[in-house]
Design a protein around this ligand. Structure first.
Ligand SMILES: NC(=O)c1ccc[n+]([C@@H]2O[C@H](COP(=O)([O-])OP(=O)(O)OC[C@H]3O[C@@H](n4cnc5c(N)ncnc54)[C@H](OP(=O)(O)O)[C@@H]3O)[C@@H](O)[C@H]2O)c1
Length: 276
């Protein structure tokens, strides 16, 4: 789907760079067909060297002739950036616009663009950097099936990809978008239990991280309910049930579920009042 396409990534920060790396390393799109921008000129050279593509600060030049424009600036910068490009006529060739900004609704993005622009909203997460991301896509009113497939091809190298209605995207942001941070706390906490019982810190962290990765893969690859997989580990009168009861004493379930709820509600406000 991406063959012979030109892709511009506006805002080559953490997520923008992950997307470019995926494109360069895993899709085989030639580096000369990818352009990126940052805000600060002094950062451009370093990012260009890291990515092996041309990186500048001129968004209009980057989108000129691009088939796909990925916007990966902070949510608060997105609409102004698009309005400037529209006013300069830089989007008159109607590229496919892919926004990864949290909290900025498709309707607000479409309103900042020329009429009938094709928009796909995407919510990735930072494990995209290692090809283990979760990406959820929602198409805008004028986006076609082919646009959705193009966007899928863009993100497929970065991890798992699925399509959902936009009404779910704030929740997706609170669960899989913010979720890596919540899981890092869990890994750190498990590791600290190991340290408390005498393991060296690095060993404890390795054990905790691989255990989380392995348990996640069990859920995804077996398709079994997590509760059933948990029961497999839980021998009567054993050590696992002792640990599980200690977790429940700490209300771990409601703490994690409420964590996602609070993050999802916060995600809805990230783009400011114009973004809804
Ligand atoms: N981080 C996550 O976990 C995550 C997950 C899902 C979605 N997102 C979404 O991804 C987007 C980017 O997040 P991030 O964490 O990657 O942020 P980031 O690291 O701060 O990157 C933002 C980038 O945008 C650039 N920028 C700012 N204004 C610009 C402009 N007018 N023109 C061109 N570039 C401009 C910045 O340039 P400088 O480097 O020069 O400052 C920076 O490189 C956000 O909308 C966020 O909601 C992030």
């Amino acid at each position: 789907m991406l063959k012979d396409r030109t892709v511009a990534v506006l805002g080559a920060g953490t997520m923008g760079q992950a997307i470019v790396k995926g494109l360069v390393v895993r899709t085989g799109l030639p580096p000369e067909r990818i352009r990126a921008t940052v805000k600060h000129a002094e950062r451009a050279a370093g990012v260009a060297e890291a990515l092996g593509i041309v990186v500048g600060t001129d968004n209009a030049a980057a989108v000129s002739g691009a088939d796909v424009v990925v916007i990966s600036t902070k949510p608060r910068d997105l609409l102004t950036l698009l309005e400037r490009l529209r006013e300069a006529g830089s989007l008159d060739h109607r590229p496919l616009i892919v926004s990864i900004a949290a909290g900025v609704r498709i309707g607000a993005i479409e309103a900042a663009l020329p009429p009938d622009s094709r928009v796909v909203r995407a919510m990735p997460n930072t494990p995209c950097v290692v090809g283990e991301g979760m990406v959820v896509l929602s198409p805008g009113a004028a986006a076609t099936g082919a646009d959705l497939e193009t966007t899928r091809a863009l993100f497929a190298p970065l991890g798992r990809c699925r399509v959902l209605d936009e009404e779910h995207l704030d929740t997706v942001t609170g669960l899989s978008g913010s979720g890596p941070a919540f899981v890092y706390v869990v890994i750190e906490a498990l590791s600290e239990g190991g340290v408390m019982m005498g393991l060296p810190r690095a060993v404890a962290t390795e054990l905790a991280a691989q255990t989380v990765a392995g348990a996640a893969r069990m859920v995804l690859e077996t398709g079994r309910h997590p509760a059933s997989l948990k029961d497999d580990v839980t021998t009567p009168a054993g050590c696992t049930i002792a640990g599980l009861l200690a977790m429940e004493d700490g209300r771990i379930r409601s703490v994690l579920a409420r964590t996602v709820e609070v993050a999802a509600r916060a995600a809805a406000g990230l783009g400011g009042p114009r973004a809804r």
